[in-house]
Write a protein that binds this ligand. Structure first.
Ligand SMILES: [Zn+2]
Length: 253
C-alpha cells in the first residue's frame, strides 16, 4: 500500500485498512486563513498544519493526519484583505464534529494541535465536552499558547536568535518554515521588519486589537533573515518535542 499519511489523499478502503493495520492515532491540525504580511500567502497556518501533521505522523509511525481545519478564529486580522474568520463557538462546534467523525472509524487516540495562535481558546473550551462524550478514545491536545511560546523562546535562546525578530506572526520563524515547506509561495523580496514590541495583548485578550493598528505590515517580528535551513530546524525541534509528549501520554488531559 502507498505510504500515505494525509487522509484526504487516501481512499476510504486505504484509510480503513491503515487503521486496521496499526495506524491507531489521528492528528487534527487547526489552521487558519488570515493575512501573513506582504510576503506570505493567506493560507500559511493551514499549509504549516499539513506540514506539521505529516511530519509528526511519520515521526510517530502509527498516525494519520485528518483533513486540516482550514478556517480559524482570526477576527483581529479581518482589517487585512483575504482574511476569513469564523467565531469561536463555530470553531468549537467544528472541533467536536471532527472528533465525533474520527472516533467512529476506530482510532484509539485523537491528537488536536493548533497551527494558529487564535485557535487555542476555542480548543480549550471544546475539550472537556469532547473528552466526556468520546470516553472510549484518548483525546490528546496542546491547548495552551504558552506551551508554544515558552518552547519557542527556549529554541531562540539555544540558537542565538532574537525572539522579538523570530516573532510570533509572519516573521522569521513562520517565513523560514514556509521556505522549507512551500518556497514557491514565499516572496522574500517583500519580507520586511514588522512590529517588534510586546504583542502579548493579542493572545491575552478575547478580542485582540485590529492587527493593522499594531502592525501596518501584518508582521509581528522581522521576516528578513529567514531561511529554509532554519525552517527545517524549527520543524525538527517542534516535531520531536510534541512526539515525545504524545508518547509519554502527557497530552491526554
Ligand atoms: Zn501563522
Amino acid at each position: 500500500m502507498r505510504d500515505a499519511v494525509l487522509i484526504e489523499e487516501m481512499t476510504w478502503p486505504e484509510v480503513r485498512d491503515a487503521i486496521a493495520g496499526g495506524k491507531r492515532r489521528v492528528i487534527v491540525m487547526l489552521g487558519a486563513m488570515e493575512q501573513h504580511g506582504p510576503h506570505l500567502p493567506i493560507g500559511v497556518d493551514t499549509y504549516l498544519g499539513y506540514a506539521t501533521g505529516a511530519r509528526l505522523a511519520r515521526r510517530l509511525g502509527d498516525a494519520l493526519v485528518a483533513p486540516v481545519v482550514s478556517l480559524g478564529y482570526s477576527r483581529g486580522h479581518l482589517p487585512m484583505a483575504g482574511t476569513v474568520s469564523i467565531e469561536e463557538p463555530v470553531l468549537e462546534a467544528v472541533i467536536a464534529d471532527v472528533c465525533r467523525s474520527l472516533a467512529r472509524h476506530g482510532f484509539k487516540e485523537i491528537i488536536l494541535l493548533c497551527s494558529h495562535g487564535g485557535n487555542y481558546r476555542a480548543l480549550q473550551h471544546a475539550l472537556p465536552g469532547v473528552r466526556r462524550e468520546l470516553a472510549g478514545v484518548r483525546v490528546s491536545a496542546i491547548a495552551d499558547f504558552d506551551e508554544w511560546l515558552e518552547h519557542t523562546k527556549q529554541f531562540a535562546a539555544r540558537e542565538g536568535l532574537d525572539m522579538a525578530r523570530l516573532g510570533v506572526h509572519a516573521a522569521q520563524g513562520e517565513t523560514s518554515m514556509m521556505l522549507a515547506h512551500r518556497p514557491d509561495l514565499v516572496q522574500m523580496d517583500k519580507a520586511c521588519e514588522g512590529f517588534l514590541g510586546d504583542a502579548s495583548i493579542r493572545w491575552r485578550s478575547k478580542v485582540p486589537p485590529p492587527m493593522d493598528e499594531m502592525s501596518p505590515t501584518g508582521i509581528l517580528g522581522d521576516a528578513r533573515n529567514a531561511s529554509a535551513a532554519l525552517g527545517e530546524k524549527i520543524f525538527a525541534d517542534r516535531i520531536e518535542r510534541i512526539a515525545r509528549m504524545i508518547e509519554a501520554g502527557e497530552l491526554a488531559g
